[in-house]
Design a protein around this ligand. Sequence first.
Ligand SMILES: [Zn+2]
Length: 413
Amino acid sequence: MKNLRFFPVIGLVLTVIFSSCTVAKTPPSVEEKARELHRTMLTVDTHCDTAMSLLRSDWKIGERHDPAQRGSGKIDLPRMKEGGLDAEFFAAFVGQGPLTPEAYAKAKDSALRAVAAVRKMTQDHASLIGLAVDPAGARRLKKEGKLTAFIGLENGYPIGRDLSLIKLFYDQGVRYITLCHSSDNDICDSATDRRNPEDKGLSEFGRRVVAECNRLGMIVDISHASEKSFYDVIAASKTPIIASHSSARAVCDNPRNLTDDQLRALARNGGVIQICFLGAYVKTSPVIPEREKALKELEAKYGPVREIRDDAVRAKAMAERDAINKQYPQVRPTVADLVDHIDHVRKVVGIDSVGIGTDFDGGGGVVGCDDVSGMIHVTEELIRRGYTDKEIAKIWGENFFRVFDKIMAVAGK
Ligand SMILES: [Zn+2]
């Protein structure tokens, strides 16, 4: 009976052995599962404005920038690797200007400069990233352990009234055209042109633009387009279309987001909405009047910050904007708020019509995924909400690449 007092000790030893066995059998954590998924699936973000940063002399995409530092940007190649993002659409963005031959020529030059900067970047960093012009190219690069750069054209304005320029951009590697930006142009009306609220939709010239895109295998992107433009494009296009960076209007009431009826029309068309990370499209924040006033004054002084070409002036405007943000901080949306949009699209039209289009470096970023290194956290949230591996792979790229492949097949490429 004396030995009984050793029983607790033996019990403790057995408990330790048993629990160490269970540790070995612990299923992978959500993060490990997300990492494993990102190793196998091909991931794509269909919109960023980082091409503008490539034109700066003081910023290098091959270097890792600390996200906490101002001017670090949201995307560089080391952080793409960290976040598990394989392919990025770098948009050659041109702000809307006057509808005159001189202004068209300037816009074309500006777009071609941005396109050339993306091409040069892939040559300068050829061991890390390659340029792709089709889904097969991105798949091949992933197998080689490399990242992929695609090129988009944000705003059809640089083609002016000259249809032949669509082929010129196509030949330079551009694979989508966002038909308009924040104001109306020759192609179609914008969702956000406050000076001209009447919605005329797609113009006669715009119809020919869509037909030429269909013929070439250029993806038609209706992000920024007005509702009538959207429906006109759906009716005119022989192929599925995309919204490269828009979210769901029912979740966040912003004219840049798609209504449920638009989602249903997009799904019938076989297209895809790529959910945008820009705060104002993700969640409506409570209005702080002092903040609004200060931001309005800032814009009156400099114009839109992202369109400032002079580095020193832009730095000054950004510092002033930071000061406003500090004085009147806004509650920012989170990864969970973002995934609410994915949930909504899945609920309304199913899993086959939704993807990711961050708008990083164009205003995109949410708490928990404020730069490309945080992309993995979106996947973690999807896993936590019970999305299957197959569904997650569709969101991260399969849906978009299905559309891209289809567009190329229709064009006979
Ligand atoms: Zn945009």
